[in-house]
Design a protein around this ligand. Structure first.
Ligand code: ADP
Length: 475
């Protein structure tokens, strides 16, 4: 229930953001463009109507002027006949205004009632251009243009042409409706594509969040299916990869816990068994000696393992520290080799140590370096069969201190080799070990600026090469 609520909230918020950031802006821009367009169209139509009225009025005024110049003609009667025969009667109306400001002659024959205000004439009298747009007495919208003819006519003061704007307004209205339809369609398309687009983002995000919820519960079985190779595709790929890694880590951790438990149980069983045997073998010093020997060895193995686990845990929490000082690698390697030399008879494994006279000093933690040597030699002995041969060699190469440990044991499969230094990785379950020794060793050597390189062939043997940089004079 809570999950559903959360998801709806997320979905709404992305959609809301899209509406405010995108759609609202587009709608505002479109409304502004439409208003500007409508204004431009109306201005254009009105300007052409005014142009037509003005040119019509100008030709009438010119004609009347000519009549006035001609002494043989009577201007009043000529005017009347001109008004009667006005050719554009159906589109506009011609009117003559007398000196009292009253319309006294019209091309249609109907005069407006007395007292009707003629704004274009008023405008002309006030020094304006005699142009007016407004509502007539019958509430019809009209346009009027007025011209002064008082210079050549004493009876009439001005002539005006008036036309109805109903047709023009209707045409402008049609354009507005057309533009509104086009804008609405564009908006509709925008909304549809936007919904599709927002949905295409929200859907995988919801999948990712569902998956993350499952991963948090420890279920790494599901994967996100997303085909497109865009940024969301990259995110889904990264999440799927993370799930792979987490599931591998989980498997390894489980395996690690079971192998560590097993590792702990074996020496404990031996210790318990021998302790019991000793308690009943007071008179058998040989049994006591043998038993004590096993107990000491197994206890040493146990404490070595616990140390390894503690180191590993310190490494994970970032509390792994080194006490560095100038050190002689040969001394530490000699100690490590000695431990295994003493065991060689018991394990029936031949250990050969090729020791050089001198090696450059190294700036490092001698205990940790010795621990690495012990671990690598221990592996070589552990993964060798009875009668095996382990060769340890220390030498200088390109100024670096190198130690190689080779064995002719079981070797490592080529497919396992790249992962062998990974924590918990333990391909060979038949041998004892926790799978963290090499991970710890690798970390220690890396902290010293060196490297561990492993070459191996399954069934032939393994060579581990430890390279450490010499102590530099700046350190
Ligand atoms: P473990 O405690 O299991 O030995 P390590 O980290 O020391 O853990 O080694 C990891 C794995 O690498 C081992 O489980 C083993 O399979 C392989 N390995 C390490 N050294 C050798 C070697 N000398 N010969 C064969 N396999 C080895």
């Amino acid at each position: 229930m809570i999950k559903f609520k959360k998801n709806t909230l997320k979905k709404r918020s992305i959609t809301q953001r899209w509406i405010t950031n995108n759609l609202a802006v587009v709608v505002l821009i479109m409304i502004s463009i439409m208003l500007a367009f409508v204004y431009a169209i109306q201005t254009f139509y009105y300007a052409s109507a005014r142009q037509t009225l003005t040119s019509e009025l100008t030709s009438i005024v010119n004609l009347l002027n000519r009549y006035a110049q001609d002494s043989e003609t009577n201007l009043s009667s000529e005017m009347r006949s001109t008004f009667e025969s006005f050719s554009a009667k159906d589109k506009m109306e011609l009117m003559a205004v007398n000196s009292k400001g009253r319309v006294v002659l019209t091309s249609s024959g109907f005069s407006p009632s007395a007292g009707t205000i003629i704004p274009d004439y008023e405008n002309l009298l006030n020094g304006g251009d005699g142009y007016w747009v407004g509502k007539a007495e019958n509430q019809e919208k009209i346009m009027a243009v007025c011209a002064d003819i008082s210079s050549f006519s004493s009876e009439y003061h001005a002539v005006r042409v008036v036309c109805s704007l109903t047709e023009i307004d209707r045409a402008v209205g049609t354009v507005i409706i057309g533009a509104t339809i086009v804008c609405s369609m564009i908006l509709l398309m925008l909304v549809l594509t936007g919904i599709y687009f927002v949905g295409s983002i929200i859907k995988p995000i919801m999948q990712v969040s569902n998956m993350a919820g499952k991963f948090a519960k420890g279920d790494f079985s599901s994967r996100i299916r997303y085909q497109d190779s865009d940024e969301i595709g990259d995110l889904c790929k990264a999440i799927n990869h993370m799930a792979d890694e987490l599931s591998t880590a989980e498997e390894m951790k489980n395996e690690f816990i079971s192998s560590v438990s097993h590792e702990l149980r074996t020496p404990l069983t031996a210790i318990k068994g021998w302790a019991e045997t000793i308690s009943y073998a007071d008179n058998d010093p040989e049994t006591v000696r043998k038993g004590m020997n096993v107990i000491v060895n197994e206890t040493a193995r146990l404490s070595q393992m616990v140390e390894e686990l503690l180191d590993f845990s310190r490494m994970q929490s970032g509390h792994f520290t080194l006490q560095k000082a100038t050190m002689d690698v040969l001394a530490e390697l000699g100690d490590a080799v000695l431990i295994y030399m003493n065991k060689k008879v018991q394990d029936n494994i031949r250990i050969e140590y090729d020791e050089p006279e001198m090696l450059p000093f190294v700036y490092g933690d001698k205990n940790r370096i010795r621990q690495v040597f012990i671990n690598i030699i221990d592996n070589a002995v552990k993964y060798s069969d009875a009668g095996g041969h382990v060769r340890i060699k220390a030498f200088e190469q390109d100024g670096n201190v190198c130690v190689s440990v080779s064995d002719d044991g079981c070797g490592i499969k080529a497919s396992d080799l790249p992962k062998i230094k990974t924590k918990f990785y333990k391909p060979n379950h038949t041998r004892r070990g926790s799978g963290i020794g090499l991970a710890v060793a690798d970390e220690i050597i890396s902290e010293h600026g060196g490297s561990i390189d492993i070459t191996s062939e399954e069934g032939v043997g393994t060579t581990v090469l430890i390279t450490l940089p010499p102590e530099s004079h700046e350190t």
